[in-house]
Design a binder for this molecule. Structure first.
Ligand code: ADP
Length: 302
């Protein structure tokens, strides 16, 4: 659906993108994550034809962006990081304006406002909206024409927890309707729930690209296993370490270690076989946050 080939963007003193290639499938939710300045916005703006690349090519639906940027814009709903609406317009008037630009029937606008959670504010002036409400209005303009592709640049940055929940619900609905969604963010908690695949961008280069599960496996970070043992002793530590566990520690009755998923059950079995009474146990997979930090650290000097 969106094919990016060897994208390069140089500014006077900055190599913003250094040969980025990505392919985003139809119906996929794809996230680009990376620290500030990594080049996320530059990629999104280049797809939209708002920035001309130094080198490389992008096609959307097999149309080359450089050849027909207008056609590309018609297919994409875009949520930029910053947008300014006229302060004196009401929420409804803003959505009406963007709807009219894209030939949307006014009867549908109520549904749009409701989907992003600002129907109650429909008569409020833009100038009186909070940051979070403004973000919701920005999202409303992105989805007003029901585009097949949504490109969302840091979509949750000014949303409060309630706004983030509403946003996730909206994205899930758009996913179930087969939309192709490209998100950029440095806030990772909601991305791990929504994205099918994640590209980690550091200094204009893709340093990792996979599903969350794939990224975890590649890093070989293992999972945290925590076992509550009625009668812990140093023998318990030796047993789990012999099975390949790292970072092992006992705090009170809790034995905590990092271990590869395939070895988790062996640890439990070994403890039981050695007469440890297990009251409870649970595992935690590494979060996207941990994965992101590891990849970013590994690639920060290149
Ligand atoms: P991100 O969205 O990941 O925070 P950006 O794509 O905004 O990163 O920026 C990537 C790099 O390009 C940064 O170093 C930024 O300072 C630089 N940059 C972006 N736009 C311009 C510009 N118009 N002129 C010069 N440098 C720019």
């Amino acid at each position: 659906m969106i094919k990016i080939e060897n994208l390069v963007k140089n500014y006077k003193n900055t190599k913003a993108l250094q040969g980025v290639s990505l392919e985003i499938q139809k119906g996929e939710t794809f996230a680009i994550v990376g620290p500030n300045g990594a080049g996320k916005t530059t990629i999104l703006n280049t797809i939209l034809g708002l920035i001309h690349p130094t080198d490389g090519q992008i096609t959307v639906d097999n149309i080359e962006v450089s050849k027909d940027p207008k056609e590309i814009k018609k297919r994409i709903g875009y949520l930029p990081q910053r947008i300014s609406f006229h302060d004196n317009l009401s929420v409804f008037e803003v959505v009406e304006f963007y709807g009219a630009l894209r030939g949307v029937n006014n009867t549908k606008l109520g549904n749009i406002l409701s989907a992003v959670g600002i129907l109650e504010q429909r008569n409020k002036k833009v100038g009186a909206l909070s940051g979070g409400m403004l973000q919701r209005l920005t999202l409303a303009q992105a989805i007003v024409s029901d585009p097949q592709i949504l490109i969302l640049d840091e979509p949750t940055i000014s949303l409060d927890p309630e706004g983030r929940i509403a946003f996730k619900k909206l994205i899930r609905e758009e996913q179930s309707r087969g939309k192709t969604i490209l998100l950029s963010s440095h806030i990772l908690s909601y991305i791990e729930e929504l994205a099918d695949r994640i590209a980690i961008l550091v200094r204009g280069k893709v340093v990792a690209l996979d599903t969350l599960e794939g990224l975890r496996t590649k890093l070989e970070m293992g999972s945290i296993l925590e076992v509550v043992i009625e009668n812990p002793s140093p023998l318990a530590i030796k047993l789990v370490e012999d099975l390949g566990a790292n970072d092992t520690e006992i705090k009170g009755k809790n034995l905590r270690c990092r271990i590869y998923p395939k070895d988790k059950t062996n640890v439990i079995k070994a403890l039981i076989q050695n007469d440890f009474n297990i009251a409870d146990f649970w595992t935690e997979d590494p979060s996207l946050e941990e994965i992101f930090i590891k990849y970013t650290e590994e690639n920060s000097d290149s």
